[in-house]
Write a protein of this length. Structure first.
Length: 436
């Protein structure tokens, strides 16, 4: 956002005052120096698949300017800079190989973080502490405790955080939520979520060639920066980058944790449970038989909430389905179905249950990225806010831990602690790998 010509003087005066009050001066000043007509400047950290897509979306939002890009892969970095420069017809976009340098970019308002999962918390916390608003890809964080650290940093610095759980801005999912809130189904009796199984491994090279490349990262990749403190000292493997990192527990969480921020997130959001967590979690699953990758390829887990709501998640199903005394609703990408017959397996996209919308239901809303920019301007809470995103991925992380340990987890959702089980509490996914 364009700053007032008096910004420097105001910063020097106000910083001392806010420090005396125990506030975060950078965060406070960024919010105070904005107006709805200002240009929002944004930097992109992680310019691969989702980062590239998000950048293109931000490039096409009026009043937004991508001023800097960052990637540890010099090929991705050069491509992202070329895309931004081509859009603006200049060479002004700055390219940084290290995210610390991008966070220090002068005049920056916000960042988009689209790195592998293991770096989400580390970069997000540092960005919040630098006074920047954040659009962060899902899942919110790799570990549960580091997720709470990120939520706290966002709150302490009064930052806007939007997670890339874009289904919350999608028409069919908003309609699904509105129907439930309008008591379309009556008393809820069952909640089912389906997220994918398997692995979509891309074969970068034959297995018999791996040994020649292990521990020898290519010149275009800064492997030490790629790993960061979360995966410090992990030896380079030629199959991890790009894309495949998500199938290795050190860096990602497979389909289970990749998609918990979508269909499970929708269930928690629609049922008003994205501010809390389950009190009991149990499940079973199977890891893949790949010679290197190790995330779950099949799973079935469930969480019970204090009010008795039971949410089931399984890998042989798709979307979010809620059943009640009046019938059921099933939403997935591109469609929403309903039926008043519990034995009906098909449903109907024109069923009368789908007409039970409140009169003020809005059919046209901003995109997920537009919603983020709007909230950056007026400091309101975005659709996929930090607390809700943390609670969604926490549900999935608890599922992973329950499957891993083969134990039922008793969980205190307020303290976010395992109850009476030191073995389960020591699981790495429940901790934090952030180093500040």
């Amino acid at each position: 956002m364009q700053k007032s010509p008096h910004t420097t003087t105001r910063r020097s005066v106000l910083a001392a005052g806010t420090a005396a009050l125990g506030l975060a001066p950078m965060a406070w000043l960024r919010a105070q120096d904005s107006s709805p007509n200002d240009e929002v400047t944004i930097g992109i950290i992680g310019c691969g698949g989702m980062g590239n897509g998000n950048m293109r979306n931000f490039l096409n939002i009026p009043g937004v300017r991508v001023v800097a890009v960052c990637d540890v892969d010099s090929r991705h970095l050069a491509s992202a800079k070329a895309t931004a420069d081509g859009h603006y017809q200049n060479e002004d976009c700055k390219a940084y190989p290290h995210y610390h340098d991008l966070l220090a970019h002068n005049g920056l308002d916000a960042v988009c973080v689209a790195t592998p999962d293991h770096m989400h918390a580390q970069i997000g916390i540092e960005a919040a502490n630098a006074g920047l608003d954040i659009y962060g890809e899902k899942p919110f964080t790799w570990g549960l405790a580091e997720g709470r650290q990120l939520v706290q940093a966002v709150e302490d610095n009064e930052r806007v955080f939007q997670t890339g759980s874009q289904q919350r801005s999608g028409g069919e999912f908003r309609r699904f939520k509105a129907l439930l809130e309008n008591n379309t189904l009556g008393k809820i009796t069952r909640v089912e979520c389906g997220t994918p199984g398997g692995m979509s491994v891309r074969d970068h090279m034959p297995q018999d060639q791996w040994a020649d490349h292990i521990g020898k990262p290519p010149a275009h990749l800064d492997w030490e920066a790629y790993c960061g403190p979360a995966a410090q000292d992990y030896p380079y493997h030629p199959m991890i980058h790009p894309w495949n990192w998500r199938w290795h527990e050190t860096f990602g969480g497979g389909q289970l944790l990749d998609w918990v921020g979508h269909h499970v997130d929708i269930a928690l959001w629609a049922l008003g449970l994205d501010h809390t967590g389950p009190v009991k979690v149990e499940g079973s699953g199977r890891r893949g038989d790949h010679p290197f990758f190790n995330t779950f390829v099949e799973y079935n887990y469930q969480g019970t909430f204090a009010d008795g709501t039971l949410i089931e998640v399984r890998s042989n199903f798709g979307g979010t389905k809620v059943t009640g005394e009046n019938g059921w609703l099933h939403v997935n990408r591109g469609r929403i179905l309903a039926s008043d017959d519990p034995d009906d397996r098909e449903g109907d996209p024109r069923h009368p249950l789908l007409r039970n919308l409140p009169e003020d239901f809005e059919t046209r809303v901003p995109t997920h990225q537009q919603n983020f920019i709007h909230c950056v301007r007026d400091r309101s809470l975005p659709e996929s806010h930090a607390e809700g995103s943390h609670r969604s991925v926490s549900f999935g992380i608890l599922g992973v831990v329950a499957i891993d340990t083969e134990q039922e987890i008793k969980w205190d959702p307020d303290a976010e602690k395992v109850v009476d089980n030191a073995e389960v509490a020591a699981h790495p996914r429940l901790g934090s790998r952030v180093k500040l």
